[in-house]
Ligand binder design. Sequence first.
Ligand SMILES: [Fe+2]
Ligand SMILES: [Fe+2]
Length: 225
Amino acid sequence: MLLAMRFRYNHNAQQSDGICSTYFIPQRLNCLKDNAYYMEQYDKEFLEYMKTKYKLTLNEATKGTEPQIIKFAIAWDVWKQAKSAYSKREQDIYVFMSRDHSRLDYIFQEFRKSKNAAEAEQLFLEFRAGIERHIKWEEDILFPLAKKKMGDDSPMIDELIVQHNRIKDDLKGLADCLKARDTTLENDLEQLLAAHDKMEEEDMYPWIDNYIDDKAKKEALSRMV
Ligand SMILES: [Fe+2]
Ligand SMILES: [Fe+2]
């Protein structure tokens, strides 16, 4: 199966120049630079493949021409997707945590829509309790698990924790003016959560699913109740 996926990723990479000329190059370049550490640590096979097949190293790509940046970045995207698809099973962290994101998002939207003060308050309390539990799972269970492989110095986890603190600040702000409703703050939290969940679902959870062994993941999931 992995071989078949590799063929597809190879095929896409070869075709990427024409298709992807509209891609935002600085964003692609930053993505490569941000992921350089992880590629060198955990995806040596991918780097080796790019070197053999395209005579292109990561260092050359990040300092290279637009087509080289695009070729490398697209191949990396496809590689990650293939690995993620390969590991998708019911017990995956991605599946479990993404479902909780969706559940919480639904409650938050119901709260935003509600015109009844008592109902809105109840929905908010449920949403806040759910988010606090979700963040606790991440900070107490998942991030320490990831750090066992990533090391303590992880820019991705540091960034997610900064975002968690902003989410907690917004929740406190909303709780303080629940009767009056602060739609500006609600908008801020909505945008913050959308970006945060996307980062976790596209990077953090697939990373854990790909690099943490099944036994450790199962044990982590058993603690998330
Ligand atoms: Fe989070
Ligand atoms: Fe999350």
